[in-house]
Design a protein around this ligand. Structure first.
Ligand code: ZN
Length: 236
């Protein structure tokens, strides 16, 4: 009996010692891990200017079915896109954050456009994304289309359009767009890759219904962010 008790005591003591050793080892490894985390220093944040087109006395185009203002939809899409960039570790800068125009006082289109360009100049971003809604005489026209102006923007425009074709245009419309090059003031930023995205055709009732839906805007904004982030990462 005594021997059995002694053996049991030895076994319990040995088990306790092993457990204690495991706890000490775990604490040590945990401390090492947290130490590694504290010395981690992130890369400098990349800045993306997000430009919600129109605003204030300039509503842009309006929806064929509900009369929704382009300026409202541009702003809502821009704000959610900014949130996504922020949570992905980027520094998003909005040219406007409210329904008001970019400049105060009596609305002046050229002063408004100049104020947006000033934001771009001030922050010298890694990319500029201007958001708009489209309109076309043929009401059947639908989809997401990318525009650009400079050679420095061509690669971003092509990659972005390709991604939006794969994720947004082909699944719903079974059609692809090519990015369109033209003389667009907000996209003419020398060496800064700059694109205009016409998110939907407000002259089409289905596109209008989609883009007035918050879930659809979140999906579109997520796909825009994925493509721009991939471009900026690969360009490094
Ligand atoms: Zn517009």
């Amino acid at each position: 009996m005594f021997k059995v008790i002694k053996l049991k005591t030895i076994l319990i003591t040995a088990a306790a010692l092993v457990l204690a050793a495991v706890i000490v080892l775990c604490c040590f490894l945990g401390a090492r891990k947290s130490k590694t985390a504290t010395v981690f220093s992130p890369l400098p944040k990349k800045t993306v200017v997000i430009d919600a087109g129109h605003g204030g006395a300039d509503p842009g185009v309006t929806g064929i079915r509900t009369g929704v203002k382009e300026s409202d939809l541009n702003l809502k899409t821009a704000l959610v896109l900014g949130e996504i960039f922020l949570s992905a570790g980027y520094h998003p800068v909005q040219t406007r954050k409210t329904e008001e125009s970019t400049v105060e006082g009596t609305f002046d289109k050229s002063a408004d456009m100049e104020a947006r360009r000033e934001v771009i100049k001030r922050f010298a971003p890694d990319a500029v994304i201007s958001l708009h809604m489209n309109k076309y005489p043929d009401a059947s026209r639908r989809g997401v289309q990318v525009f650009y102006t400079t050679d420095a923007s061509k690669d971003l425009a092509e990659r972005l359009q390709k991604h939006l074709n794969q994720t947004m245009n082909v699944p719903t419309l079974n059609r692809e767009f090519e990015p369109i090059c033209g003389d667009y003031y907000i996209a003419d930023n020398e060496s800064i890759p700059s694109v205009i995205i016409e998110c939907a055709f407000l002259s089409n009732p289905i596109d209008e219904a989609l883009i007035t839906n918050a879930d659809y805007r979140l999906r579109l904004a997520s796909e825009i962010q994925v493509a721009v982030a991939r471009y900026l990462t690969e360009k490094q």
